[in-house]
Design a binder for this molecule. Structure first.
Ligand code: DGJ
Length: 739
């Protein structure tokens, strides 16, 4: 609910448990007065208080008792007095970038405005949310900024983006156009971010804030493995289950920044948006620019509360289409089963064995097109290799269908190999700077999808195969960062963002023409695991590291923000191509079961004994998959040392020896508890795990007949089975019965 208090000139945005308050200061400065636990009233003294200026602070000549440099500014601009990090900087036709926005008007309405060309949150009915639009204007340049906030009736989340319009008669350049800024009155927080690299994505890191700038960014052209576009500020002493946490996320897949600045008064500003480095957007008179949407969440129930809000929001208001709610096909992927070494017969043998086990789809990964016998060639030549697929994709699909499975297919549409017919025909289609040979990565270049003809070629390459062969699953891969940012048609400062807009246009078109399509995004594993992608692709490949023990930290970090239902997770062989460890096949199943679940191994080589375990896993997936897709997720124990970094444990104060998590159905009638011991230890007693989020007043019966009260499970805990080896574990399924 959003309310305007005319007397105090405050606008209060309420979610079920949080409030966010804006103040309109004299002179039209827009202040960021409060964000936190819900306030019952909008007439509180603290909200009517306005900050004065500090000595030597720059002031507007008309308002000398007020300085933007010490006030909590809602959308800080460059060069007029607020000398902290800015959210907006516009270079005007005189050549300077002084920018000064003042309040003009605001309106409050039910529903949420569209954001053409950008992924965004949605509602199915206007009554599910309310929107505030605050219009501000720079009187000197006539650049207008409309700050758009949406509050959701069912989630403690607020989304925000900014619509910038040049209402003047001279061209200007946006040099920094961020989506959001939040000013908090203290620096008593730790900053939590998710760093990573290929095969080690989304590792949680916690560090105390310090004076000055700190934060994360990407200039790789994608959200990247290096830092996920998410940050949390967690109050000192707050944990997984207790304390105040602010979570910030960006619905964007390209270059971004999340910067926190602690100033000389020990206040904290955190800004989020498109990375201003290498960004410069020409805005001609009458033109508009929309920033990506951001999401912020406040939780008074620690990190766990924050994660569940993100999950609910994305499950309900971001992921869309048929696969939002429907059970996803249980698939087996050919990559770790065969890499580049396969033909039709091999794929058929995988499908036949998979069918016996109840697997529903075979995904043909890299290697089916052009002369793609290794990764040095053929990207861009999206025609089936007749040696491997003599009857084309359609012929293979018919054979796989005859066995009783669906066929899915891999593409890497944004790329071109120098050794390809496409590159030979159109060398200028690759991003490049004239006179410089573009850098290679995995022996490939990046296509300039800011160009319409390039997008058209890509679209038809993918769509014609889907049309012809009636394929309903695509793994959309992207295996290198962007470099050599030069285009025949696009202005240099606009390439990165127009690239992402081009990508969104392609994905939007594809999911519109093929509404049944299940798109699984991938980028060298989980290098583009972000909200932008989730809008088109309801599941994202989490990591090329499929080792179950390594996955524990990767998946735990991922769940900090992203719903488990979106987390691509497969059972693979071990040791595998990346990790030399052997982990029990059952554990590999338990870990994959916490995500989308599937297989990625040569199923024809699995022993008879292991086949029985695979059968059990498939049956577990069919019995419990709905809990992962629809239930609430609780992290109950963690051995992830990163969770406990900076000497400040997130979980109950110690580094555990195990991981435990649970999925609780929305009506609390079912619970799936998973317990995995990271490293086997001698002479330790079985661990006791306290359940969370269940109904205290109910009795919960385990599948083996043992029965406990909800109170018992939450207060005393559940005694897990003794585990012996590294990475051994168990799952427990409870069903509630009325007491
Ligand atoms: C990188 C992906 O992460 C893998 O899963 C696989 O699809 C390969 N690319 C194929 O080249």
């Amino acid at each position: 609910m959003i309310t305007y208090n005319e007397k105090n000139r405050t606008i209060k945005l309420d979610t079920p448990n949080t409030s966010y308050v804006l103040g309109i200061e004299k002179g039209g400065f827009l202040l960021n007065l409060y964000y936190g636990r819900r306030l019952p009233d909008d007439n509180l003294w603290a909200l009517t208080r306005r900050l004065a200026s500090a000595s030597f602070s720059p002031c507007d000549p008309e308002y000398t008792d007020f300085s933007t440099d010490v006030a909590p500014m809602e959308y800080p601009t460059n060069g007029r007095g607020d000398l902290r990090v800015s959210a907006l900087s516009v270079r005007n036709s005189d050549g300077n970038s002084v920018t000064d926005l003042r309040y003009v008007s605001h309106r409050i309405f039910a529903g949420k405005p569209d954001m053409p060309g950008l992924p965004h949150l949605y509602v199915t009915d206007d009554s599910q949310c309310e929107t505030l639009e605050v219009t501000m204007c720079d009187a000197y340049t006539n650049v207008e900024a409309v700050l758009v906030y949406t509050v959701f009736a069912d989630c403690d989340a607020i989304s925000k983006h900014v619509r910038l319009t040049n209402k003047g008669d001279k061209t200007v350049k946006l040099e920094c156009a961020l989506s959001r800024s939040v000013d908090l009155p203290s620096m008593d927080y730790d900053l939590i971010t998710l760093w990573g690299r290929h095969a080690k994505e989304r590792q949680l890191e916690r560090r105390p804030l310090a004076h000055g700038l700190q934060g994360i960014h990407s200039k790789r052209g994608s959200s990247s493995h290096s830092h996920n576009p998410f940050a949390a500020l967690i109050e000192n002493g707050a944990t997984e289950t207790n304390g105040n946490v602010y979570g910030f996320n960006l619905i964007y897949s390209g270059n971004y920044v999340i910067t926190a600045e602690v100033d000389h008064d020990a206040t904290t500003r955190i800004v989020t948006g498109i990375n201003p480095e290498d960004f410069g957007w020409q805005l001609n008179p009458g033109e508009s620019f929309i920033t990506p949407e951001t999401v912020h969440v406040f939780s008074a129930e620690g990190l766990g509360g924050m994660s569940r809000t993100f999950h609910r929001l994305y499950d309900t208001h971001l992921i869309r289409g048929r696969w939002q709610k429907e059970k996803r096909p249980l698939l087996i992927n050919s990559w770790e089963a065969a890499y580049f070494d396969f033909d039709t017969d091999k794929l058929i043998s995988f499908a036949e064995r998979a069918k016996e086990l109840g697997i529903e789809m075979l995904v043909m990964d890299d290697g089916w097109f052009g002369k793609r016998y290794d990764d040095t060639t053929s990207l861009g030549d999206w025609k089936p290799n007749p040696e491997r697929l003599p009857d084309g994709v359609k012929g293979l699909k018919e054979k796989i269908n005859a066995i009783g499975l669906e066929l899915g297919i891999w593409f890497e549409p944004e790329m071109v190999s120098p050794d390809s017919n496409l590159y030979r025909a159109h060398p200028d289609w690759a991003l490049q700077i004239p006179g410089r040979e573009p850098a290679l990565a995995r022996t490939q270049y990046v296509l300039d999808i800011t160009r319409e003809e390039v997008r058209e070629y890509i679209y038809e390459s993918v769509a014609s195969i889907l049309r012809e062969s009636d394929i309903r699953y695509v793994k959309w891969d992207m295996n290198r960062p962007l470099t050599d940012i030069g285009s025949r048609v696009t202005r240099p400062g606009e390439i990165y963002h127009r690239y992402i807009l081009g990508l969104y246009e392609l994905m939007d078109r594809l999911t519109t023409e093929f509404p049944d399509l299940l798109l699984e995004n991938c980028s060298s594993g989980g290098g583009r695991f972000d909200m932008g992608m989730l809008c088109y692709s309801p599941q994202i490949w989490c990591s090329d590291n499929t080792d179950a023990v390594a996955r524990l930290d990767i998946q735990e970090g991922t769940t900090l923000v992203y719903p488990p239902s979106a987390m691509g997770a497969h059972v693979s062989v071990c040791p595998n191509h990346l990790v030399g460890r052997t982990t029990d096949l059952r554990t590999r199943g338990y870990v994959a079961l916490a995500g989308t679940f599937g297989y990625e191994l040569d199923i024809t080589k699995v022993s008879d004994e292991d086949m029985e375990i695979v059968r059990e896993q498939v049956s577990d997936y069919k019995r419990f998959g709905h809990l992962v897709r629809e239930g609430d997720y609780y992290r109950l124990a963690s051995a992830g040392s990163v969770l406990c970094s900076a000497g400040n444990p997130v979980k109950g104060g110690r580094i555990g020896r195990s991981y435990a998590w649970s999925f609780v159905s929305k009506d609390k009638s079912e619970v799936l508890l998973t317990y995995i011991q990271k490293t086997g230890e001698a002479n330790v007693r079985p661990e006791i795990i306290k359940l969370a989020g269940i109904d205290r007043s109910k009795r919960y019966r385990l599948d083996d007949g043992r029965s406990y009260t909800g109170d018992e499970l939450m207060n005393i805990g559940f005694v897990t089975d003794r585990q012996r080896g590294d990475g051994s574990g168990s799952i427990y399924h409870f069903t509630a019965e009325e007491v």
